[in-house]
Design a protein around this ligand. Sequence first.
Ligand code: MN
Ligand code: MN
Length: 422
Amino acid sequence: MTDLKRRSVLAGAAAGAVALGATAAAKAAQLGPTFGNPDNPPQGAINSSAIANAEPGPQFAQLRDTMPAFANPPPTDVGGMAIPWASFNLAHKRIQNGGWAREVTTKAFPISKDIAGVNMRLGPGGVRELHWHQQAEWAIMVSGEVRITTIDALGRAEVSDVRAGDLWYFPPGLPHSLQGLGENGGEFVLAFDNGAAGEFNTLMVSDWLAHTPPEILAQNFGVPAEKFKDIPLEQLWIYQGAKPGPLKPDQVYAASSNGRPDHPFIFRMSSMAPTLRQPGGEVRIVDSSNFPVSKTVAAAMVTLRPGGLREMHWHPDADEWQYFIKGSGTMTVFNTGPAAQTVNFNPGDVGYVEKNLGHYIKNTGTTDLVFLELFKSDHFSEVTLSQWLANTPRQLVREHLRVDDATLDVIHKLKDRRDVIA
Ligand code: MN
Ligand code: MN
């Protein structure tokens, strides 16, 4: 297990080409692999004829072509794994006046046991009503501006405005609300630390009041029961609210005489310097070490340059949930069996890799690939193949890889990468 902050996770785009030699790399790209194990078991178009590999039956090309790695997998793939792919693009929207939400939970994405994802938009003044969850809520703003409100268990309030790139974290049970600001409102992606949770099964103020006898409300708040004659009888969930005023008066009104919460519930990732920057890309890690309130969710925001590779690795402590924000790429997941399955990712897609399964992600587009890795954990951790082999006795590595001395030297030096990390 290693600390990512001290070493490399991104293989440079050029590294593979240098190792192979430009001519060999070009040949491999043209003809497919000329080594490796595409024949045992005998899977892949490389073993087939054009006529045997045709698809004359019914098909819907627009859908098929969004996942070329399924229609024509790399010959090193061996199928049969749970699909590590889902997408907000194909999630059913709940639309109400004021905004909308769609979610990817274990109902539609069964392997996603640790984390459920929600994509929500609130128009200007649109309110996600006062509510709470049995789970923790982690979120990233992807567009616009939103005002959050919450309190901790001592009644200490936080009211803050968040913008694209900012995060928030509400521990389980802490009540909160969200409201779109400005001329355009805001959009964000939430993650619950339970794959079966969702935005359609939450605890809401409107529901509770509507299902409490008026005389109990009267006694609870110390006002006559008839004062509650106009309470909503159906949940508000998302509604169109009045445009909120400036932040400061809201903060003053909500402030507790007990002071402020121990830790902020928001984190300005937009202004955070990269934890790691390399030729192939950069990574920003936000976990409980720099965002103390986030005790059950650790995050890494990864940017891969065109051709860049998020190197071969796995995570010993937690499953990985991914959200793809910009660009396009592929991920291949390795499992026992052996099995290996490649999937394509585009903006709005969600990925999931179970704990300890090997994987890598390649930017296959012409622009940066930006995605988020989330873990149900208080810290980020991983093991990389390169660091493992760099820190293993030479003879063992030679026997496993059957490579020459010069290659062993290159691999051994990979452990020194940590020295160049800022
Ligand atoms: Mn919530
Ligand atoms: Mn990973």
